[in-house]
Write a protein that binds this ligand. Sequence first.
Ligand code: ADP
Ligand code: MG
Length: 337
Amino acid sequence: PQLINQIAAGEVVERPASVVKELVENSLDAGATRIEIDIERGGIKRIQVRDNGVGIGREQLALALSRHATSKIASLSDLESVATMGFRGEALPSIASVARLEIVSRTADEPHGWRLASDGSEQAGAPAPAAHAPGTTVEVHDLFFNVPARRKFLRTEKTELGHVEQLLRRMALARGEVAWRLQHNGRTVFDLPAGAAGKDDWATAGVGRLRALLGEGFVAHGLTLDEQAVDLRLHGWIAQPAFARSQGDMQFFYVNRRLVRDKLVTHAVRQAYQDVLHHGRHPAYVLFLELPSWQVDVNVHPAKQEVRFREGRQTHDFLFRALHRRLAAGVEPMLSV
Ligand code: ADP
Ligand code: MG
């Protein structure tokens, strides 16, 4: 079973950023409004994610690290479906099989929390009482300490930190209603208060958050955008391309709140920039497209951030027109909006 866990971990856990992704997604699933990520040496030595979500009760905690793998992966075809769909409900056991892991959690109706630890071997002991505010802290130490073949593929501390930062940037831009803090080697990388609640509270990252995550250049060159057509809406921020550090660096496109990378989108954006600014390279944007869920198929490949638009032509034209109109309307500094 431990070997199966490690095989599964191969799908889920590639590097520190993948651990952070799984833990932070769990925090969001738990309804957290504040998430603190604390990592050391790019996350290779230590990753800690602390949230104020609903917490895990004692009984559930006792099961959190055990996978019912022998029954779940019974045949080759099961393994194949796992490889394409990803593992569900198996992130924690997978992480626990390739690192030392500790969870401390408390639900709101318990007088204290419970702690469960495992050291990469078969099973953790029983949960023991521990002090904790309502919410959950997961700590992952020494990633791949027991899988040298995978440890070899980890890059420098700086590169791994870069992956973690980019991941959290993507998440924090779309989750303005959540407060986020990232610390690395004891130093604060960013500390973002929750945005004001409102109709679009999830997108109200606000100028302060944009500045902290994308830099002053983005804000100084940025425009707000909000365009609507029947049941499509595109809103967010676009900026002139001049300052972008490298391709892909500052391109964040969300469809119904999910980050996607899509050729149709890239093409529409480039064309609008090209048309208006005569310069289609390295556009910088944080954009949210909202459309009825029947118009988009998100299950093309869950791990690859791909989507398929059912009305591709129309979606493309809407994006192009919306961006074109906004770019052509000229520069109004974001700060004044
Ligand atoms: P999945 O998220 O696919 O259910 P995981 O292995 O990531 O699988 O987590 C297993 C379960 O542990 C979750 O379904 C959830 O019930 C609980 N859990 C994990 N992390 C948290 C957290 N931060 N807060 C509350 N519950 C959590
Ligand atoms: Mg999960």
